[in-house]
Ligand binder design. Structure first.
Ligand code: C2E
Ligand code: CA
Ligand code: CA
Length: 739
């Protein structure tokens, strides 16, 4: 700590007026007297006078009360000329007590004046109140008044400098030890600003910027804001050039290039240098040119902080860690968002891509975290070496990388090609598949975060897609996403509140016209009693996983209803229940079915589980295992919507099924005198497979007749009845029995 400079400056203070290049604030003098004559004489003598090269500013009060008001308004009064006797004999002394004890103005010099010599205060009072002088008014001649005021002013200035120095030095020492504790550049910078503002008694408004060690690899020669407060807070992590005021930018760069502080009329720039290329600049919106004393303090401060700076090599190390991923050394999410912010603001035409490593978690579990980490490093390395420098890279999440760059570089073909070759990781050759979400920056966006979110929406789309590994963001996706999220929320809520219902659509044997069973169909009534189409909410329930508890509930309800129907005398009816593939995939699904059947004492061969054709083909092995187990339980299996998927007949033959449901699009084709080709094929196919055929969506007697002619066994459709709530179903069954 070098306070030689400061002390020398202090010693020189009152001889170096010539060195003060800035305008001198006036000395403030308070004149308190109940005699107007004294005011005008004092004014006459002291007005237009300069003492120590500074003008005088007189503040007048005509009684103790006025004096108190003035003192509160002007706490920087250097000298008070007080009349001892005013309203009372003690008025003047009471005022002195007020100045020293209440306002705690220790530096203000006090000169007491009195008309009559007999009112002189005790010496002890003079000492304890730190009164400079006591004179009768008669003694105060023109010259004497000036001399006395000058002496008092000099005393005042010295006291003030000492006090300021003490305060400043204390602050600087505290600042250095406080800043040593800070280990992140933004926090360090924030500390610098706080300390400086306290030292200079300024509002917290400024910024710290650094050059080297900047995280902004692409453009490391430029200055970036690493910490900021007040109006500059929004510019953290941004290039200095972004500041709204170019004058400030050039002042900072000027200070940095000249390696010196800048004391301007309304701001201050401090230059810090820890080592070559380890430089920082602090910009403070000081609002005025710093006074000589403050400058000296600030210089001492800078010298102290520079030492602190050097010791911990903060600029480089801390700056780096704040914006980099320690594993891959790539910029991190924070940095990427800042880059995207810039793109958003400047409307740069580019493409943002998020690359997600497929099945990374499994690989991590299977081969161990170390191998997982090495793979991530290898992926980062490949991106870094194979993509052009124009591309900005980042690690966004555990197994997600971000790329920002021109379309020629950042496109699915180019990015997917980077992963054609496997990765050499230790002893392993690991093939890596990626999923890509992309977003063009063409459309205006408010922030980098929005761009990232959009890209992420596209990525999620790609992840859920069966047909593609990449998706570009489209505005519809977002509307769609918001809408989906909302529907899922409401669906979950209504499900939990028991608002969902199960309705039943009868199935009719075409040969006899008898009811042989029913299909349970889920219904979601909204608050107005309208029913939401399951075609919309079932996929959402699947997407959100809600289908698992919901499907369990459906099964439970259907079996319970079956028991009630049996009890009501409608025995041996078949209950068909739709099952989602997600339910099949659950290890405990078969158990769950067995449990429900047992609980309701339902004969297994009266329960028919409908799975869709596409699902049966999509996940052949999973489904086959489950189906075999279900068959052992004795339940029936139907393939739903048959004909709309892409079944391989060979595969179909290998499935243990009991029923094919002819999708209603084929039934619709059946019109008087034409169509029905596919329906016919499916009926023949079921015959060959030895399974029942059920026609869905039968709406006309012609269709029913045609299907019956083909040998189709069962029909279901509006011709007979729509799906109905349990009580209506019972009424319908009764009415049909009666006829
Ligand atoms: P699906 O299994 O093919 O169900 C038959 C659909 O055809 C039902 O639509 C039914 O109301 C409708 N339908 C019945 N007769 C006729 C007719 O004569 N003409 C026409 N045009 N349509 C008829 P819904 O109830 O809207 O169900 C749509 C789909 O939602 C179902 O198709 C099924 O895939 C799914 N779903 C419904 N309930 C459940 C459930 O509990 N679990 C699961 N996983 N999926 C369900
Ligand atoms: Ca069905
Ligand atoms: Ca169907």
């Amino acid at each position: 700590m070098n306070n030689d400079n400061l002390l020398r400056w202090t010693d020189d203070a009152d001889q170096t007026e010539a060195h003060r290049p800035f305008s001198d604030p006036p000395w403030k003098l308070l004149v308190v007297d109940d005699d107007p004559e004294v005011h005008s004489v004092t004014r006459f003598v002291l007005n237009d006078l300069r003492i120590f090269d500074r003008p005088l500013h007189l503040v007048h009060a005509h009684n103790a009360q006025e004096a108190r008001v003035q003192l509160r308004q002007h706490p920087d009064v250097a000298v008070a000329l007080l009349d001892v006797v005013m309203e009372t004999a003690q008025s003047g002394l009471e005022l002195v007590g007020y100045i020293r004890n209440e306002l705690k103005l220790a530096e203000c010099r006090i000169i007491l004046r009195t008309g009559q010599p007999g009112y002189a205060p005790e010496l002890t009072v003079i000492n304890s109140y730190d009164i400079n002088d006591y004179r009768t008014k008669a003694e105060l001649t023109h010259t004497r008044l000036i001399t006395m005021v000058s002496t008092a002013l000099r005393a005042y200035e010295q006291l003030r400098i000492i006090a300021e120095n003490r305060r400043g030095l204390e602050l600087i020492i505290n600042a250095a030890s406080e800043l040593m504790e800070r280990h992140a550049i933004t926090s360090f910078a924030e500390g610098l600003l706080t300390q400086l503002a306290a030292l200079l008694k300024l509002p917290l408004d400024g910024l710290v910027c650094t050059q080297r060690g900047s995280p902004f690899g692409v453009d490391s020669d430029r200055c970036y804001v690493v910490g900021a407060a007040g109006q500059y807070a929004p510019y953290i992590a941004q290039p200095l050039a972004r500041l709204p005021n170019p004058r400030i930018v050039s002042a900072i760069l000027d200070g940095v290039s000249k390696h010196q502080h800048v004391f301007a009329a309304d701001y201050t720039v401090l230059y810090l240098k820890a080592a070559p290329h380890q430089e920082a600049a602090i910009f403070l919106n000081s609002g005025h040119e710093l006074a000589a004393l403050d400058r000296a303090l600030v210089e001492v401060f800078a010298a102290n902080i520079t030492a602190c700076f050097r010791n911990v090599k903060l600029v480089e190390r801390l700056n780096y860690t704040a914006y980099h991923d320690p594993l891959t050394q790539l910029p991190n999410r924070l940095r990427f968002v800042a880059d995207l912010d810039q793109v958003a603001r400047e409307r740069v035409e580019a493409v943002v891509a998020l690359l997600d490593i497929a099945h990374f978690a499994e690989l991590n579990d299977g081969l161990g975290e170390d191998v997982g980490n090495l793979l991530l490093v290898a992926v980062a390395e490949r991106l870094r070496t194979r993509l052009e420098p124009a591309c900005w890279l980042a690690r966004i999440g555990a197994d997600v990388f971000g790329v920002l760059g021109p379309e020629a570089q950042v496109n699915p073909a180019r990015l997917l090609a980077l992963f054609h070759d496997p990765f050499q990781v230790g002893d392993y050759q690991l093939p890596v598949t990626i999923t890509l979400g992309l977003c063009r920056t063409r459309d205006p966006v408010d922030s980098g975060l929005t761009l990232l979110k959009r890209t992420n929406i596209a990525l999620n789309r790609a992840k859920h897609s069966l047909s593609t590994r990449h998706e570009y963001y489209l505005a519809e996706m977002e509307d769609n996403t918001r809408w989906r999220v909302e529907i899922i929320r409401r669906l979950r809520l209504d499900f939990e509140r028991g608002k969902l219902q199960l309705w039943y659509q009868p199935q009719i044997a075409l040969a006899t016209g008898q009811v042989i069973g029913m299909e349970a169909l889920l219904r979601w009534p909204d608050e107005h009693g309208f029913v939401q189409p399951p075609d919309v909410f079932i996929p959402l329930a699947e997407y959100s996983g809600l289908i698992i508890p919901m499907g369990a509930w459906v099964l439970e309800q259907a079996c319970a209803q079956h028991a009630r129907l049996t009890a009501a005398g409608f025995a041996a009816l078949k209950m068909a229940v739709n099952v989602s593939v997600l339910q099949f995939r659950r290890a405990n699904f078969v158990e769950q079915v067995a449990h429900t059947l047992a609980q309701r004492q339902m004969p297994p061969d009266l329960l028919e589980l409908e799975i869709t054709e596409s699902i049966a083909m999509d996940e052949p092995r999973v489904v086959l295992d489950s189906l075999d187990a279900l068959k052992r339980l004795g339940v029936l299996i139907a393939i739903d919507d048959f004909g709309t998927g892409y079944s391989s007949l060979g595969h179909l033959q290998s499935l243990p099924i009991d029923c094919l449901k002819i999708d209603r699009v084929f039934v619709k084709e059946i019109k008087p005198g034409e169509g029905g080709m596919l329906a016919e094929t499916i009926v023949q196919l079921s015959e060959k497979l030895g399974v029942t055929s059920v026609a869905e969506g039968v709406e006309t007697p012609e269709q029913a007749e045609f299907l019956r002619g083909l040998g189709c066994r069962v029909a279901q459709g509006y011709l007979y009845a729509p799906a109905m709530p349990a009580n209506r179903l019972v009424a319908w069954l009764r009415a049909r029995d009666a006829s």
